[in-house]
Design a protein. Sequence first.
Length: 143
Amino acid sequence: MLSIYPACFFKEENGYSVVFPDLNWLATQGDTLDEAMSMAVDCLAGYLYSCKKDGDVISAPSKLSDIDIEAIGKELDPGTPVDGSFVNMVSVDVEAYAKQHFEKSVKKTLTIPSWLNEEALALDINFSQTLQEALIQKIHATK
């Protein structure tokens, strides 16, 4: 499921700072706009993934039109001009992103009959891949 939140991109001398006002002022930065956007996606995915994993309540996203970048800029750093700064929606599929970036493989030990082991080795079957495929199939069948 896609999660979409507004982010304030503040132009600075050496790049961009990015703040998500709806998410406890979650922040990141990048040297270029591309890097700042990439970091914003990573930051948003990591935050939402952690909140969901911990069972924390996640606030709903504001409408883009409700974000006052000048007021947010003054609250963060009074006196700093917001020239070149803007608000943009940042989206990420948290589950897909987590599978690709956050979730690591774990080692499992299992016991199978020796004849099954011999047959599988003779056919050059990848045990890890086969177990993953079987588990995924079983999980989807029970949903």
